[in-house]
Design a binder for this molecule. Structure first.
Ligand code: IMP
Length: 203
């Protein structure tokens, strides 16, 4: 079994990733590898933050690891909240972040937005970035109770339902993070990565 650490303390993300991964890979949570605490996240881009988080864990455990960083980019707000999505309102409270977003978009006819995720993977001698995105729009009110973050106001293109009105299965059809994960998996299946050698029969 190919084990990869997922450098995130977000239980929702862990569940989404486990749901999307096939049985050839085992995703280890931070608590399963004995890491407690916060991982520093001080970059000004999704790429810098994803790398910072993956590097922080790789330095401590020396095992294949990936981290993600995600931003909600709203056209009428010139890409905000973007890299500041987690603390857009000044706190990490999702309801407060959504309230600020709805207020900022009041009276705006263009409510288009996208979620963009960057995944950084680090393994022995390896350092790779993958991205995934989903286009959609910001609803005018909060709808649905599942998921996390901005899920109750994000309407993916082609759906009448917000992410929070969908189950994880339905969300995964659109899921920006799953898109990035699929690229990581395709790359892990190619001939360069850390597990390729491990799976070969001994000579
Ligand atoms: P993070 O830094 O990757 O955790 O993402 C920053 C913020 O974006 C999170 O705190 C959430 O508020 C928001 N976010 C990330 N992914 C999602 C998602 O799939 N749905 C809704 N909000 C999300």
């Amino acid at each position: 079994m190919n084990q990869i650490i997922f450098a995130s303390n977000n239980a929702h993300k862990l569940e989404e990733m486990r749901h999307a991964l096939d049985e050839r890979f085992e995703l280890l949570s931070l608590s399963e590898v004995g890491f407690e605490g916060e991982i520093p996240e001080t970059g000004r881009t999704l790429e810098a933050n994803a790398l910072q988080k993956a590097e922080y864990i790789y330095e401590r455990f020396g095992r294949p690891v990936f981290a993600d960083d995600t931003g909600l980019e709203v056209t009428a707000l010139h890409g905000a909240p973007g890299v500041d999505s987690a603390h857009y309102s000044g706190s990490r409270d999702a309801q407060a972040n959504i309230a600020k977003l709805l207020e900022a978009l009041e009276g705006q006819s263009d409510r288009s937005a996208r979620f963009r995720t960057v995944i950084a993977f680090i393994g022995p001698g390896l350092r790779e970035l993958f991205s995934g995105e989903v286009f959609g729009s910001i609803a005018t009110e909060v709808r649905g109770a599942s998921g996390f973050g901005y899920d109750p106001v994000f309407l993916p293109q082609g759906s009448e339902h917000t992410f929070a009105e969908m189950g994880m299965e339905a969300k995964s059809h659109f899921n920006h993070r799953v898109r990035a994960l699929e690229k990581l998996i395709a790359w892990l299946d190619s001939d360069a990565p850390p597990f390729a050698a491990q799976d070969e029969p001994e000579r």
